[in-house]
Design a protein. Structure first.
Length: 240
């Protein structure tokens, strides 16, 4: 058996339950949950681990293209994996720099020097950015996904939009990003169950629990770790 054939078997390996479940979907979602847990405790590793999951799930949600048992192309779900990876690079760099500045200044707080972000509420201008971004992105993605023939374009567009905004908010350290994820999960669970992507739908339910715990955790951290003068502050945002 050559390497190409071996890789082909690994990529197409599946559990024969219902229409079939690929191991790619299970493992990709496992990386997604690991990334969420690491994000909750503010570790830089959340970003590269999340990217690995993005790559695997991209092939899963283009089922008609990459030959999954569901044989459906959820372009919004696949597209968000691409945007995840792009925004994750930004978050990776931002958290890495924050952690290094904190370590160099020797200002470790209760969570230690490995923390990579200081949670805070977004200010009014930043919240306005989220609202405008939500409206504009949803409209653009809805028409794009409908043109591509995505299954459930309205829901798919919101999941893609919310995922981008939540990931960007996480990179910036805005506590609101957990709330955006809850709104994404509320739409994602019924959509994925309807499409037959059962591991991903179950992952969304598990992820919703993690999101609630993460939101409470970041609130407590935010109240406990009052930013001091020697701790790197959030970047100023210019207002017009």
């Amino acid at each position: 058996m050559d390497i190409t054939e071996l890789l082909g078997r690994l990529v197409n390996a599946q559990i024969h339950i219902g229409p079939g479940i690929t191991w790619r979907e299970i493992i990709g979602n496992g990386f997604g949950i690991a990334s969420a847990l690491l994000g909750m405790v503010r570790r830089v590793a959340a970003w590269p681990i999340g990217i690995i999951g993005n790559v695997l799930l991209f092939t899963v949600f283009l089922g008609a293209t990459f030959g999954t048992p569901q044989d459906l192309n959820l372009w919004g779900q696949a597209g968000r994996q691409v945007f995840f990876a792009i925004v994750s690079v930004y978050g990776w760099v931002k958290w890495y720099r924050f952690r290094n500045r904190l370590a160099n200044q020797n200002t470790a707080g209760d969570a230690g020097q490995n923390v990579a972000v200081q949670p805070r509420w977004a200010n009014r201008w930043e919240r306005l950015q989220l609202i405008i971004g939500a409206v504009v992105l949803w409209v653009v993605f809805y028409f794009a996904l409908r043109a591509l023939g995505s299954w459930g374009p309205a829901s798919d567009a919101w999941i893609l939009t919310g995922s981008i905004l939540a990931t960007y908010g996480m990179a910036r350290g805005w506590t609101e990003f957990w709330l955006i994820w809850i709104a994404v999960d509320a739409v994602g669970v019924p959509l994925l169950f309807s499409a037959g992507y059962y591991p991903s739908a179950i992952m969304y339910i598990v992820y919703a629990v993690i999101v609630i715990v993460g939101f409470v955790s970041w609130l407590r951290i935010q109240r406990r770790e009052v930013p001091r003068a020697d701790v790197p502050k959030a970047e100023p945002v210019a207002t017009k």
